[in-house]
Design a protein around this ligand. Structure first.
Ligand SMILES: NC(=O)c1ccc[n+]([C@@H]2O[C@H](COP(=O)([O-])OP(=O)(O)OC[C@H]3O[C@@H](n4cnc5c(N)ncnc54)[C@H](O)[C@@H]3O)[C@@H](O)[C@H]2O)c1
Ligand SMILES: [Zn+2]
Ligand SMILES: [Zn+2]
Length: 370
């Protein structure tokens, strides 16, 4: 049947068909993980539509996350040899599954680190991070965004239209770090006006928490980090106090031994969770954001009577539409977190820069594909 169809095509149609076929078989370049410590920028087949809800997006901008560095160290064993990394970025839709209704070819889109089907029990609860057919899958269990093209499943419920006139670089910060800081840190920590807040870790996540904490007018935001350059950035972004050494003593002194209303852990190691436990005020909230590879000691012998809450969360990105409006209006200026820019084809160099963040004074690197 298909053969007959081809036979009756006139010359022009045949030419169109062949060039379309060639396009489909085209190869692209992508950053591919080959086991701990091994990555390469190599040729891969262009992604193809698999399900009716899928789209193919041509990446225009992407970035590298601290979590990609965890993957490179071998800390995330579900990521297997041959996987294209990346779960952040913006792009243009080039192919559309039959079931996609909210987008069309040529639309500019923001990709979320969380894919959500919109109809499973978790999605209906707003806990899209635990979607039964999604969650964090891009650059994790399916190929990701550090490539010229990416397949995005459940496009209708996972992508966002980029409004006219909004800076795309700033929006890349909305794929992961801003919703993470806001949902896991600020919302879970229940930051309120006049609060004293401590954020342990001034990496991209800690700084995104610092930016979004200011929606709620806390009186003090104390940033703790061992990297002086990051503390300087924190100061520029609105932190009231920056602490490099002996954070527990310094925070006790600063708060007249009262402690803080909200302590946010944005590193992911036992030492920084311990700081949170030592500085929390009765009735306070400890909001954990960090990905932990080791168990921590929970000091219930001290905390059992303190009326505190401890929360954990994997980002859901359900606040992305709200955050997008704050970026659009200029209330939130996440572009300040971008320190380096590279062509997508220079991504190997970009990984080296981001991997030596302290030496290179790197926060977020933007990779652009033109
Ligand atoms: N819960 C989620 O959904 C989610 C999402 C994204 C990222 N994360 C996690 O959030 C954490 C932070 O991410 P990031 O990209 O900002 O990481 P990052 O590594 O860039 O930043 C961590 C910061 O902690 C500082 N630090 C290290 N040891 C310290 C110590 N003992 N005391 C004080 N500061 C110390 C480092 O100097 C660095 O600036 C990571 O664990 C990441 O995996 C969680
Ligand atoms: Zn990430
Ligand atoms: Zn779902």
């Amino acid at each position: 049947m298909r053969q007959n169809y081809i036979n009756i095509m006139d010359g022009l149609e045949r030419e169109k068909y062949n060039s379309h076929k060639k396009l489909k078989e085209k190869k692209m370049k992508a950053l591919v993980y080959h086991g701990p410590g091994k990555r390469s920028w190599e040729e891969m087949p262009n992604p193809k539509l698999k399900n009716v809800g899928d789209v193919i997006v041509k990446i225009t901008k992407t970035t590298i996350c601290g979590t990609d560095l965890h993957i490179m160290k071998g800390d995330v064993p579900e990521v297997t040899n041959g996987r294209i990394l990346g779960h952040e970025g913006t792009g243009i839709i080039t192919e559309l599954g039959m079931g996609v209704s909210n987008f069309k070819i040529g639309d500019k889109v923001l990709i979320s680190c969380i894919t959500s089907c919109g109809i499973c029990e978790s999605c209906k609860k707003g806990m899209t991070s635990h979607c039964e057919d999604g969650g964090w899958i891009l650059g994790h269990t399916i190929d990701g965004t550090q490539a010229e093209y990416v397949r995005v499943p459940h496009a209708d419920t996972s992508l966002y239209h980029i409004p006219e006139g909004v800076d795309e670089e700033a929006l890349v910060m909305l794929s992961d770090i801003l919703p993470t800081g806001y949902e896991c840190g600020v919302l879970n920590g229940k930051i309120g006006p006049g609060d004293t807040v401590a954020i342990i870790g001034a990496g991209p996540i800690g700084l995104a928490t610092l930016l979004t904490a200011q929606f709620y007018a806390p009186a003090k935001i104390i940033m703790v980090d061992t990297d002086e350059n990051r503390l300087e950035t924190a100061h520029m972004l609105g932190a009231t106090n920056m602490i490099k050494n002996n954070p527990i003593e310094a925070i006790n002194k600063l708060t007249n031994n009262q402690g803080v209303d909200v302590a946010i852990e944005a590193v992911g190691i036992p030492a920084t969770f311990d700081i949170c436990q030592s500085i929390i005020k009765p009735g306070g909230h400890i909001a954990n954001i960090g990905v932990h590879g080791k168990s921590v000691n929970l000091h219930l012998e001290k905390l059992w009577s303190s009326n505190i809450t401890i929360t954990t969360r994997l980002v859901d990105t359900t606040t992305t539409p709200m955050l997008l409006k704050t970026v659009q209006s200029g209330k939130l200026q996440p572009k300040k977190l971008i320190t380096h820019r590279f062509q997508l084809s220079e991504i190997m160099k970009a990984y080296d820069t981001f991997g030596n963040a302290a030496k290179e004074k790197a926060l977020k690197v933007i990779l652009f594909n033109q």
